[in-house]
Write a protein that binds this ligand. Sequence first.
Ligand code: FAD
Ligand code: SF4
Length: 456
Amino acid sequence: MIKRTIMPVLDPSIRNTSFSEVAQGYSLNQVKIEASRCLDCKNPRCVTACPVNIDIPRFIKLILEDRFRDAYCTIYSDNILPAVCGRVCPQEKQCEGACVLGVKFEPVAIGALERYLGDYSLEHNVFRQEIIIDNGKKVAIIGSGPAGLACAAQIRRMGYSTDVYEALHEFGGVLKYGIPEFRLPKSIVDTEIDRLKSLGINFYKNVIIGKTLTIEQLFNELNYQAIFIGSGAGLPSSLGIKGENLNGVYYANEFLTRVNLMKANNFPFSATPIKVGETVAVVGGGNVAMDAARTAKRLGAKKVIIIYRRDMESLPARLEEIHHADEEGIDFMLLLNPVEIIGENYEVKSVKCQRMVLGEPDESGRRKPIPIEEYETIDINNLIVAIGQSPNPIIKKSTPNLEVDKWGCIKVNDYQTSIPGVFAGGDIVTGAATVILAMGAGKTAAFNIDKYIKTL
Ligand SMILES: Cc1cc2nc3c(=O)[nH]c(=O)nc-3n(C[C@H](O)[C@H](O)[C@H](O)COP(=O)(O)OP(=O)(O)OC[C@H]3O[C@@H](n4cnc5c(N)ncnc54)[C@H](O)[C@@H]3O)c2cc1C
Ligand code: SF4
């Protein structure tokens, strides 16, 4: 069996000072070699493990026949953001994790092949032309992240006039304000969104539903027949410990937004500053923590430490991100949990952490961290909190009869909320999850919206 083709990457010593994209993508030759590894299984486990069931063996076969346009369209019919998902999906837990080749050898690099086709379509301006027949009915989409975009695309294809309302001044949700340029170039997200505009979807920025306009106004004044809420989980969780309000403490979402959207890395040529000292600690072990740590390194921090309360095997981030962070010189201090941030003259000076040991598996299936009476104090200049996000309560506050659970996630039954005609999906329903799960939810919700409107 031929070995899995390694994705070319920028040298770690060059890339940790620059925001250029790390993973460089396959060449044509590499893509052909990798595609030739697929066994074209009769019962492809990779397809079942893909949250949107892309016909993976089919698109791989089309690559081998040099039918790149058809291969791209095969993906696009199930996934409107191939260039994005090829870069950011946790493939090792989904399609590649189920690939039969992984039993004895290494799985087919499905994500890298998907990315090649996504990029091919953007470079060659290849995409599926669609004929849409307007049905005279209107749907509003709240939020332009993956859930909102997937719902908008599907609902528009069914003939509805589709308007997307976004609170921020740019479209794309976490794809724009969260995931850094060195992992997902913003031009790619913009081009994918431009394609949706060409379907006739209208996008409105700087509109906060719940403040600028309410759900009630969308129905009664703007005459929408249905509404989809895809407003994500953008509210950071706090550590709840002493010292969290010191200067030099950031929440990862704010830290990343300052760089990704406000271009704080170009300050003073941009309006927003960011202050990064010599030693930065990032608390957390997911993609958000890896992104914050690697961004801090690129902003000039000499030492960046990930502080995580479990062990290396339990880190929830994508394997590739952990590997890249390690290559870029990020240190991992494991089995530690911050209990106090210590300051001097209102500035962060150090963080006191309690040591943990791992006990029996908890509800998440991972071994539960148990504190022991041992402590370690680490000198730092900044601390970035990346321990999770929950939904922003603005929409709920202005919509009292919208039912949410104790974490503020909207309760749904088949994507239908407690208010007739209001549907929801993505992180606002599940809590912080993944791009492809949010897209799957948006797309399925669109079919339910169509069914609902047809009953009116
Ligand atoms: C830093 C970071 C890195 C990540 N890395 C990965 C990764 O590598 N792979 C992966 O699969 N997942 C990753 N994720 C998770 C993934 O990005 C999310 O699960 C996904 O974006 C959720 O999509 P969504 O559409 O539900 O929400 P979002 O992407 O959060 O989009 C919601 C949108 O709604 C807007 N909005 C909110 N409230 C309102 C309102 N009241 N009115 C109008 N608009 C509103 C927001 O501004 C936002 O644009 C990462 C998340 C973060 C934060
Ligand atoms: S499981 Fe692996 S080998 Fe089989 S069809 Fe899917 S990608 Fe190809």
